[in-house]
Design a protein around this ligand. Sequence first.
Ligand code: ADP
Ligand code: ASP
Ligand code: MG
Length: 833
Amino acid sequence: MSSADASPPHAPPVRAVVRCHVHKFGGSSLANAALYQAVTALFDDGARQSAVVVSAMQGVTDALIALLTAARAGQDWAPAWHGLQQRHLEAADRLDEHGRHGLRETLGHEFATLRDELAALAGGSAESEAIALRLPGWGEVWSSRLMQAALGGEAAGWQRLDAREVLVVHPGELGVAVDWDASHARLAAWRAQHGNGHVVLTGFVARDAQGRATTLGRNGSDYSAAIFAHLLDADALTIWTDVDGVLSADPRLVPDAVCLDSMSYAEACELAYFGAKVLHPQTMAPAMQRGLPIRIRNTLNPAAPGTLIAATSQPAPSPVKGLSLVDRLAVLELSGAGLIGVPGTAERMFAALHRAGVSVTMISQGSSEHSICCVVRADQAQRGREVVEAAFAEAIADGQVEGVRLTPDIAVLAAVGDGMVGTHGVSARLFAGLAQARVNIRAIAQGASERNISVAIAASDATRALRAAHSAFWLSPATLSIGVIGPGQVGRALLQQLAQALPRFAEEGRLDLRLRAIANSRHMQLAGKRLDPDAAIAALADGEPLDLDRFAAHVRAEHLPHALIVDCSGSDAVAAHYPAWLAAGIHVVTPNKHAGSGPLPRYQAIRAATRHGGTFRYEATVGAGLPVIQTLRSLLDTGDELTEVEGVLSGTLAWLFNRYDGTVAFSELVREAHRLGYTEPDPRDDLSGTDVARKLVILAREAGRELSLDEVAVESLVPEALRDVSKDEFFARLHELDAPLLARYQSARAQGLGLRYLARLDRDGRASVGAASPAAGHASLHSRLTDNLIQFRTRRYADNPLVVQGPGAGPDVTAAGVFGDILAIAQTLGARA
Ligand code: ADP
Ligand code: ASP
Ligand code: MG
């Protein structure tokens, strides 16, 4: 049987053999000897010929430029030179353990040459200019030697080619341009001498038309790789770096940036031109000419597929592919009534800038033509202003033109994507995001290709603007950064409910609730991305000491659109923070009754803060998960008027009075309720009526009444004599409650009435809580177990009151009330219900 017969019917197609694969490693992938060794495993793709373009070791180009500057300034450069040599020799010793490649000697000579060059610079040699031109490129030379040794050297089939031997460049309109003919010829000559094997190449460096060694500009090794891919007629180009690919924004500024699967050359060019450091902006041109796709991959995570840059890109979920920032810019604005309708003004302005070599990043002109503004590099701004003023000197003297205004400290934020073409609302989304982050836009430009919208903003707003714009395009509008305080019973139940609901929300993609912080009274745990709600409480054990200001600042993260704090603490001190949090735009949700029923001025401060800040919701403070406050709100908001509220506002007291019929002593029922967990640890907290009074105050204030807790007439069921004794003594003397209550009950029965513990707010604003005898037929007489019951009498519900009734206590239903508030806020932020 032939081997063809043996192959399975649907064998995968054999991959075409790669003729030549160019790999480029940035300094970020080459920090030490171990990394040089590690990356060699990445070339094993069966390519007939591999070319490896290397940058300098991480930080080396910066160090060389610092040496250059120091030598020119007459400062002591020797220690830094020595340190740099040391670092390279250490790497050489590891990569060439037995000295087979003679690395130590070669590097030693080259460092000696560098030392002579620095000395010459310091001495003001006639060679200074040529030295300064080539000096920054030393790092690539050394790096290529290290890489060749890591790969086993010539013995293993790896030649080394110093790009300065073959690559000829000259200054061009858009940066350094390649002299293709000369470079091809030189490469062919080199090949004739060295054969067609694998090769290690220096990135970044080249020679100029005068034959002097030079560089392609900072970050230029990407460009080198694309140039050599072109020269070598490669059919694959991979740029290896330290991130998974091209991300939607600089990950150092936007922690939520996502990796893009694919981009078009045009998108990549725009993004790189507008500052995305991951690629040199000129990289795309040589690849584009050959139709050669570029793959960006992560040395540290080779399993990730990376980003493919090719002629067209796959449609992405967002019309914007990426966002980037250019900083150190300034705005030049030429304005004056005399510019209106005068042809050639723009041309005159830009011709003047062009002649002076001032490069223009962005141009914006209103259709009134009253002003033209452009964004230029900060270091060229003064010069730019002078040349434009000179070009319009006459018009300025005549008063037709006001002059040229220079605004320093500007950054440009660019949104880039082929998908923006013809898509409605892209700029609206961008501007809405920036407005929400209170970023002021100085100028706007949209390229006619519609592939780029750029906005000039104050440099001090740049990061905030980038984060806000990113969340406007990539995050669900209902992305909430959440902090939970005080994980007691209710907090725990809430975390469980969140843990259950989050996977469903994620699947539906409508809501992104991110638990990012948790605190108890002593500790807090802050997470950059998110905490698992199931593990959050355990994470508190190794948390840091509580600092509520830092906690709030962390929750209010700039890269996430909304922030929310859930206070399940029951603490008055925490409630005191609400006004500041709300004013900072943080939403607050709580079952803590202290804010709603605490000092009136603080309550008013909270209300005032919500007018321009976050939303405050506290549904679970009354009737746990029952829709009490929202029902009242809806009545009032639709124009109804509240006349009276009456109800059973304590689950504990409801249970006691529902059970009490005089046959079993009241004290026995209290003991039973305590055993069942229906009371607070100290039942006096329920029996005193204060908790009920707090709820009544909350309802009254919600209805617009300025009621304070001390204005509520409270009947405590705890006899005077038992109020200040210990809990044990209280339980021992519990029977002292019985006689007065039995008397009350019997007198009610005698009149055919029942006995309940009721809260009441009457039409004159009088508020009271205490045991009372509602008439037969009163809704409270039909409630069950721990039911809460609130009846609203209003203008519309005058004769037959509106009643909200149901279980109104317990951690689960209370947490559900809190969760409901969180979802209600999310809904106002744009989550689809
Ligand atoms: P290399 O040394 O490999 O050339 P660079 O440091 O020049 O690496 O570029 C990679 C870095 O660029 C990343 O580590 C990242 O911090 C930064 N960066 C900025 N913008 C982006 C972006 N949009 N996508 C990916 N990385 C970006
Ligand atoms: N080493 C050079 C630089 O740091 C070139 C590069 O890394 O691309 O700018
Ligand atoms: Mg780079």
